[in-house]
Design a binder for this molecule. Structure first.
Ligand code: FNR
Length: 391
């Protein structure tokens, strides 16, 4: 049995997935906590710290999870759930369910197949992958691995404007259908676990595939990086982020891409309003999984104010702390159009490569289908604030 989340037969999909797991097991632990433990066994201490750690004391990382516990679902019963359908139109793509894969860079430190494994797994269920600028494989190779499956590109705005423009052009030509501009990471934060181990993949030259394959980036180097990698790493570290960025720079994006522009890392209603004024096409409420500002508000707690200010004018997505179907339900009930699954799929990648990512996704989608349905909804449009009670 190869369950695929056939959108209009979702009832048979999740029941089939349950049967498959009951009969043959899942190649990755079903619970997130056990999955993380499996990833820890599979990874070096450094790679595990990079994946599972956050900024500072990791208060915000914990707060992201706790915020979901403060909301409870009040399920409605005796509603016709036989035709459950979670299809979600989003910026020109129809998602099988309100889920995308969050951009996670440096996947080469988690598994030898890196982003190619994630891409194939995402394509197999047609959940869009958001490929990081800081990937371990070039964006064109990842696109090839996905054929016509939906994909977005996450854009780290290089301090070298011509490299930045080159990335935007390449993403569009390779069939990525939206640009996710991460705005909460112009500089890297203070990450105690990584510092404690004296480990940063960036400094070790990981996550450079898009740069090393970029003609403009290469033109900045006196010798090809294949002959002398040191200056390339230095140039990458120096220009990776852009601390000078302001709202006034956003028109640059419009000049260099026709794709929808989504800002990732919005936590305030006033910033959401500025983004709307700037004409962006979507927002992602995110604190980068607690990896940037320790002490920052939990993503879920920021969502209602942002959603209220946006008032449906553009889609608002959410990440940071999505672990199970119930988390997705609560995020949608509080105003999100879809959620981004982050660390769990990377734990799956570490544990079992492509099949690991695929099974994490299948388990998540099955849980989502059952939890949304048992809460009393048959489509995402039916998920409203009315289903939640704050504890
Ligand atoms: C990230 N995240 C991230 N975001 C981004 O815009 N570009 C990137 O390259 C990365 N890289 C990255 C690496 C690792 C190891 C992690 C864990 C996260 C942030 C990511 O997109 C998302 O916001 C968080 O993962 C959400 O938090 P949870 O749900 O994974 O805890």
């Amino acid at each position: 049995m190869q369950p695929t989340p056939a959108v209009d037969r979702s009832i048979s999909f999740s029941v089939a997935r349950q049967l498959e797991v009951y009969q043959r097991g899942s190649c990755v632990p079903v619970s997130c906590e056990a999955l993380e433990a499996r990833a820890r066994e599979a990874l070096t201490p450094q790679a595990f710290a990079y994946l599972s750690g956050g900024a500072g004391a990791e208060d915000t990382m914990r707060a992201n999870l706790e915020a979901f516990r403060r909301w409870r679902i009040e399920p409605r019963v005796l509603r016709d759930l036989s035709g459950r359908d979670w299809r979600t139109p989003l910026l020109g793509t129809v998602l099988p369910a309100p889920v995308l894969l969050a951009p996670i860079g440096m996947q080469g430190i988690f598994h030898a197949d890196a982003e190619l494994a994630t891409a194939r797994a995402a394509a197999s269920v047609r959940v869009p992958m958001i490929l990081s600028s800081a990937a371990s494989r070039p964006l064109e190779q990842v696109a090839d691995a996905m054929a016509d499956a939906p994909r977005w590109f996450q854009f780290y705005w290089s301090a070298d404007a011509e490299v930045a423009a080159s990335f935007l052009g390449r993403a569009e030509r390779a069939g990525y259908s939206a640009i996710v501009v991460t705005v909460d990471c112009p500089i890297l934060s203070w990450r105690e676990r990584d510092l404690g181990l004296a480990y940063s993949p960036v400094v070790f030259g990981e996550g450079m595939a898009n740069y090393l394959s970029d003609p403009v980036f290469r033109s900045r180097l006196a010798r090809p990086p294949e002959e002398d990698i040191e200056p390339a790493v230095r140039r990458f570290v120096e220009t990776f982020g852009n601390a000078a960025l302001t709202w006034n720079d956003l028109p640059f994006l419009r000049r260099h891409t026709r794709l929808p522009i989504v800002l990732k890392g919005i936590l305030r209603a006033d910033d959401a309003a500025r983004a709307l004024d700037a004409g962006v096409d979507g927002l992602i409420v995110s604190n980068h999984g607690g990896r940037q500002v320790d002490g920052a508000v939990a993503s879920l707690d920021a969502l209602p104010r942002v959603a209220e200010r946006v008032a449906g004018r553009v889609p608002v997505l959410l990440d940071s702390g999505i672990r199970r179907g119930a988390d997705a339900f609560k995020a949608l009930a509080l105003g999100a159009s879809a959620v981004l699954l982050g660390r769990p799929y990377a734990w799956g990648l570490a544990a079992a490569g492509e099949q690991g990512v695929r099974e994490v996704l299948l388990n998540f989608l099955a849980d989502l289908d059952l939890t949304f349905g048992l809460s009393g909804c048959a489509s995402v449009a039916e998920v409203t604030r009315d289903f939640l009670r704050r504890e």
